[in-house]
Write a protein that binds this ligand. Structure first.
Ligand SMILES: CC(C)(COP(=O)(O)OP(=O)(O)OC[C@H]1O[C@@H](n2cnc3c(N)ncnc32)[C@H](O)[C@@H]1OP(=O)(O)O)[C@@H](O)C(=O)NCCC(=O)NCCS
Length: 188
């Protein structure tokens, strides 16, 4: 599954970046990455990976058949500048679908890193034989991500009204988007 990694990309501003699966040794760099995500955004993380203990636990139990975590690493100094997680299920009835989440470090947004990572994830998912990818977005908070997803052929699938609470107790809708995966990479 990982034979193609690391993959080299170049950001819009010319920085060399490698995409590769997360390893337990990434703990320090990942702690740094999550600690630099602004408080307002950390509130909306669905997996508390900004908590060093949760992150440590997660890295000790890496199981790429359940969660495939990919990081974007700046080549010149090893800094992690983006993180994507593809969540898979081992239940037979939903093993054909996966959910993805992506977070780009605020200082490195709008440089096409998110687009590269999602495209790479689409290819990996196709290579794994998956049929459909899902992603969830918080209305009014992750609108930039919705724009990015639409450009990468995701479409609206549904809305869970008031599914999310912000830190002031206000409710927000969760927008579900999906992307069908072609059976052959050449169809893409
Ligand atoms: C959404 C996110 C992943 C996009 O990654 P990115 O590397 O910054 O985005 P890209 O440079 O690849 O841009 C792709 C598209 O996203 C949209 N976009 C990116 N930054 C944007 C911004 N600040 N405002 C509005 N739209 C924006 C645009 O449609 C853009 O396409 P364009 O450059 O042709 O206009 C990133 O902004 C992020 O991590 N946001 C916070 C976490 C989040 O919302 N995660 C999504 C949940 S799955």
């Amino acid at each position: 599954m990982f034979k193609d990694y690391p993959k080299a990309i170049v950001t819009k501003d010319g920085e060399s970046v490698l995409l590769r699966p997360v390893k337990p040794e990434d703990e320090k760099a990942l702690n740094e990455f999550f600690s630099e995500i602004p408080d307002d955004e950390q509130w909306f993380l669905r997996e508390k990976l900004d908590d060093p203990e949760v992150l440590h636990d997660c890295l000790q139990k890496l199981n790429y058949r359940r969660t495939l975590p990919i990081v974007a690493v700046r080549e010149k100094d090893g800094k992690i500048i983006a993180n994507l997680r593809l969540h898979l299920s081992m239940a037979r009835c939903i093993e054909h679908v996966a959910h993805l989440r992506v977070m780009v470090h605020p200082d490195f947004r709008s440089l096409k890193i998110g687009s590269w990572m999602i495209l790479d994830c689409v290819k990996t998912a196709m290579d794994m034989g998956l049929e459909k990818l899902f992603a969830e977005f918080i209305a009014g908070v992750e609108d930039a991500a919705i724009g990015a997803a639409l450009k990468l052929d995701f479409r609206h699938e549904g809305v869970l009204k008031d599914y999310i609470k912000d830190k002031h107790g206000g409710y927000r809708d969760l927008i579900i988007m999906s992307r069908d995966l072609q059976s052959k990479w050449s169809d893409f």
